[in-house]
Design a protein around this ligand. Structure first.
Ligand code: 5RP
Length: 235
């Protein structure tokens, strides 16, 4: 399945492959979104088709649902599954306390709901995602389209009062239109540089009317699997 891969895809693939060792027959699994999670879904599909693995997947985006179905994984909704044994997902940044920035792929809302409804969350990432402090990657904030400019101004004002805003928030675009999430919302990317207190920031941002969810995953991730371009994997 891996063929001739670039170092970055090798890193993602080996992390995803190792994560499959955590998957047991009969599990209800949260399936993440993004290029690393796509490797996982393909690997799990192979195990379903060739080894008879029985799992039920709860995808965190429309695109993951499509891929999961394509590779032969039984897909259901979170409400149908009720609670999940394990969620496996990628990340944009991982700090030493296993706090994360997610949402680079625009699926942070469903990803956070699904991960929170799981006994465990396992993150798969290439080594470039490991950071000492979160924030170099722009922090995605999902907001409702109604009044989004006002919400953006409120976020900026709040962050300035907390002394954490490094730059303006920017509306995520898809071509020349606003990027629209699976839930019909917009995403504002906050260019902060460094987040000194991610826990406080996550709480404060979510108090602002119009904000649906932020991409900080605090105390949600239990295990990180890091892949390297050489093929080495660390758990
Ligand atoms: C999607 C995410 C992804 O997990 C994150 O962006 C990492 O993506 P990739 O595996 O492609 O690097 O949070 O919303």
């Amino acid at each position: 399945m891996s063929g001739q891969l670039s170092p970055i895809d090798t890193a993602k693939f080996v992390a995803a492959k190792r994560a499959c060792d955590f998957v047991e027959d009969g599990m209800r699994l949260g399936l993440g979104t993004g290029s690393t999670a796509a490797w996982l879904v393909r690997c799990l599909g192979e195990m379903v088709r060739e080894d008879g693995l029985r799992i039920t997947g709860v995808p965190t985006s429309v695109r993951t649902a499509e891929l999961a179905r394509q590779v032969g994984i039984t897909v259901t909704s979170l409400d149908e599954a009720k609670w999940l044994d394990l969620t496996i997902d990628g990340a944009d940044e991982v700090d030493p306390e296993l706090n994360l920035i997610k949402g680079g792929g625009g699926a942070l809302l469903q990803e956070k709901i699904v991960a929170t409804a799981s006994d465990r969350m396992l993150v798969i990432a290439d080594v470039s995602k490991q950071v000492q402090a979160l924030g170099a990657f722009p922090l995605p904030i999902e907001v409702v389209p109604f009044g989004w400019r006002t919400t953006k101004a409120l976020i900026e004002e709040t962050l300035t009062s907390l002394d954490v805003l490094g730059d303006q928030a920017s509306l995520r675009l898809n071509g020349d239109q606003a990027y629209v999430t699976d839930e019909g919302n917009y995403i504002l990317d906050l260019h902060l540089g460094r987040i000194g207190n991610p826990r406080q920031l996550a709480l404060v941002v979510n108090q602002i009317p119009g904000v649906v969810e932020n991409g900080l995953f605090i105390d949600i991730c239990d295990v990180v699997i890091t892949g390297h371009g050489s093929g080495k994997v660390e758990v």
